[in-house]
Design a protein around this ligand. Sequence first.
Ligand code: ZN
Length: 191
Amino acid sequence: MKHHVKEFELILDPAAERKIWCWTVASKIEISGLGVLESSRGHLAIPNKVWLPSQAGSFGHTELDDDAVAELQVKCAKAGQRLGFHFHSHGRMEAFFSGLDDLNFSRLSKFGTPFVAAVFNVHGQVQWRVCTSNQTLIEWKSVIEGEDPSKDELAAAAAEVKLAVREDSWLADLPKWFGGPQRTSRRRFSE
Ligand SMILES: [Zn+2]
């Protein structure tokens, strides 16, 4: 899908968009992942290089494993590419950036700026954001075009989700709900 928003143009490869939508629908808990971002001035492009790295999640949060992120960074750097796209899913909830999502964006800036973040939901609604390390440059919504994911697509996506995603106990969401300390053992990109 091609987006023109003010001075920005963002092109998301349709196959990558579909992959993320299928992972979102195929998982009963939140998932997150990373992708390559190509950027020059106002032109941003996300090629069909998006991944579902190994991670833990629950209904209320998703968290990529540090070593999986590091591995992807090295792989991209070797190919002369930059990991500058982060996505996560909100299941059946509205696609929006929560306060905790906001707090976690500074971590993404280590991939360089600008970076693009997106929240997907099962209905194909997507909330987009283009950020630098300390500010949001622009935010917009879109809806994925095309047929709903097919049975076969979802079966394939479910197998990928099963390989990559460990389900945390619902207890992992308690600190978020009650404002207690966050675990620090793994990098927390998004809630
Ligand atoms: Zn979120």
